[in-house]
Write a protein that binds this ligand. Structure first.
Ligand SMILES: NC(=O)c1ccc[n+]([C@@H]2O[C@H](COP(=O)([O-])OP(=O)(O)OC[C@H]3O[C@@H](n4cnc5c(N)ncnc54)[C@H](OP(=O)(O)O)[C@@H]3O)[C@@H](O)[C@H]2O)c1
Length: 252
């Protein structure tokens, strides 16, 4: 089984790589920091390929995936995990950085899905994992482009699952709440004075990674983690109201 993980040099992507390796998968690991990928690949064994790739440009990202397939064969599980976050007041957000975020967080995952899908359909099997965010269900003030990216990716992912029903190809949408990673640590610095930050349950990379692997193996539709955030699926209006009320304006 060839599992391709984008953004595998740190955080959730690194955890997912470890969790899939523990299930005996061959892995292609993509990110910019090659040294980190190589250390991880050496630890995970011979069937792991480290590929230095800046995934912000969808066409270049697709070329990296072609290289991964040339080395390890067709991709059985594509994990669209690489992402960045910008936390700032909307009027202070750099639009160029925002558009690069949209490219990395949405356009590249869709390009990679478009690339692997014909092969998966022909083989009548495969899984696409899209790491969205709880921001897709309860958007957080102060993340103009990030909210758009995760809402867009989650919507595309959920609809694609329906579109592919009966084909043998599954789509798993992942909705992490705050998770202890570099990204999580940077976000909390901006939100730490807020009630939202004090009340929000946090999760770990290891636990999330195990849940994602189990969802892939069992053909599940989605992972919401920590589990307490699943309430927002049943009470979406309350969840959005809380998110809007408790988060800061970020204007000082
Ligand atoms: N942590 C959270 O609280 C949280 C919550 C909800 C959703 N998420 C989502 O989970 C995913 C992983 O987040 P994380 O917390 O693990 O973040 P992280 O620790 O900052 O790791 C991000 C990963 O993405 C890669 N990446 C960033 N820009 C890239 C680029 N231009 N090209 C290739 N790779 C790039 C990084 O690798 P290089 O820097 O080496 O390129 C790194 O491997 C993201 O999509 C994020 O939005 C995280």
């Amino acid at each position: 089984m060839h599992v391709c993980v984008t953004g595998a040099s740190a955080g959730i992507g690194e955890g997912l790589a470890r969790a899939f390796a523990a299930r005996g998968a061959s892995l292609s690991l993509l990110a910019r920091r090659k040294e980190r990928l190589e250390v991880l690949a050496a630890e995970l064994g011979d069937a792991t390929l480290a590929l230095e790739a800046d995934l912000v440009d969808p066409k270049r990202a697709e070329a990296s995936v072609v290289a991964a397939e040339a080395a390890l064969g067709p991709i059985d599980v594509l994990v669209n995990n690489a992402g960045v976050q910008i936390v700032a007041a909307a009027e202070r957000t750099d639009p160029d950085a925002g558009e690069a975020l949209l490219s990395l967080n949405v356009a590249t995952p869709l390009r990679l899905i478009r690339h692997v899908l014909p092969g998966m359909l022909a083989r009548k099997g495969g899984t696409i994992v899209n790491v969205a965010s709880m921001a897709a269900l309860s958007p957080v003030p102060g993340m103009l482009y990030y909210n758009a990216s995760k809402g867009g990716l989650a919507n595309a992912s959920e609809a694609l699952r329906g579109e592919l029903a009966g084909t043998g190809v599954n789509v798993v949408t992942v909705y992490p709440g705050p998770v202890h990673t570099d990204m999580g640590a940077r976000a909390i610095v901006r939100y730490e004075q807020t009630l939202a930050a004090r009340l929000a349950p946090w999760g770990t990379v290891d636990e999330l990674s195990k849940l994602v692997v189990a969802a892939v193996e069992r053909g599940r539709a989605r992972v919401i983690y920590p589990r307490s955030y699943a309430a927002s699926l049943h009470f979406p209006n309350l969840s959005r109201w809380l998110s809007l009320k408790l988060a800061p304006a970020l204007r000082d």
